[in-house]
Design a protein around this ligand. Structure first.
Ligand code: 5AD
Length: 325
């Protein structure tokens, strides 16, 4: 089994059957340690000891989609909806800038309330105030034209998790009107326009097994994104998957290492979901090969409401250490 990790490190890819064998063995502590040590060495050879910091601003939890796993799905009546104003968002950026953040990630549900022009103006304004910053958007599936307009307005990067590369699995987690083909197409469109692109998936989502994860690794090998965001699936109240089992910490860490070995230069965040299922989850993620953290810059008053899943960290008024760093 260790030889598969050596092969991945050298060849940057494995056969489908090899993936399945390797991924099925994630409970082997020695195997995970071996992968993590190599992954950390690769991360250090590319990025040194640096960990990149991105400020996350969650500006709306209205969403037209109804994903079975997500706490802000449109038919969750318990989601306490909010929208930030442009002024609120700019205030988050200002606070972030003062604290040393140089990338702002604007994330939200697919909220039809904000027009394309609203985004253009906002992006313009942020870039005008902080010419040296990078603006990352993460607002779901849009038309190519919209993506282009936002790129021209100054957006640099776009995060859109593919969620799963297995089409049958994708359909089992989303309602009819959402398609795996369209989601993947959006990623290719974004890349073609010139964005730095991030894809990603949940680990341990219902119906996922080694076969699905193997396809995720293959899809990422083909897309060659700049960033891959992965985190454990965490059940969310008010969703059809509320009673499903949480994703595994060990498997998530193992996948971070395997992603680092396959995609040597990729930006790999140690995500909030990872920090939610274990108090040292994000630190463990860095040790397994991740090199990005995305602290929450959203106003503390709304953090609890951006509840993609239960028990999300850094949402309490008392969490002063989480306020912005
Ligand atoms: N558990 C973990 N991650 C989730 N996401 C949505 N719902 C959940 C959940 N219940 C992730 C999705 C989405 C990202 C913003 O959050 O992968 O793309």
């Amino acid at each position: 089994m260790f030889d598969l990790i050596d092969k991945l490190e050298d060849k940057e890819t494995l056969e489908r059957e090899e993936w399945i064998t390797l991924l099925s063995a994630y409970q082997d502590d020695a195997l995970r340690d071996y992968a993590a040590q190599k992954a950390r060495a690769v991360a250090q050879s590319v990025y040194g000891h640096d960990v990149y910091v991105r400020g996350l601003i969650e500006f709306t939890n209205y969403c037209r989609n109804d994903c079975y796993y997500c706490g802000i799905r449109r038919s969750n009546p318990d989601a306490d909806r909010y929208r930030l104003t442009k002024e609120d968002i700019l205030a988050c950026c200002e606070e972030g800038w003062e604290l040393g953040f140089r990338t702002f990630v604007l994330q939200g549900g697919e909220d039809g309330y904000f027009r394309d022009e609203w985004y253009e103006e906002l992006i313009h304004e942020i870039k005008q105030r902080y010419p040296k910053c990078a603006v990352t958007l993460s607002v779901g599936e849009r038309s190519g034209e919209t993506y282009r307009r936002w790129y021209e307005a100054g957006a640099d990067r776009y995060l859109l998790r593919h969620e799963t590369a297995d089409d049958v699995h994708y359909r089992s987690m989303h309602p009819q009107e959402m398609s795996p083909e369209h989601r993947k197409k959006c990623l290719y469109t974004l890349r073609e326009i010139g964005y730095q692109v991030g894809c990603g998936f949940m680990v341990g989502s219902p119906g996922q097994g080694p076969e699905q994860l193997a396809q995720d690794m293959e899809f990422i090998y083909e897309l060659k994104p700049h960033m891959v965001g992965i985190g454990p699936f965490v059940p969310a109240a008010g969703t059809p998957f509320a009673d499903k089992a949480q994703g595994s910490l060990e498997l998530t860490l193992f996948l971070l290492s395997l992603l680092r070995l396959q995609e040597k230069k990729v930006l790999l965040p140690a995500t909030t979901a990872l920090g939610t299922i274990h108090p040292l989850g994000r630190e463990m993620g860095i040790r397994a090969g991740a090199n990005v953290v995305m602290p929450n810059l959203s106003p503390v008053a709304v953090r609890k409401k951006y509840a993609l899943y239960d028990h999300k960290i850094c949402t309490g008024e008392e969490a002063a250490e989480c306020r912005a760093a």
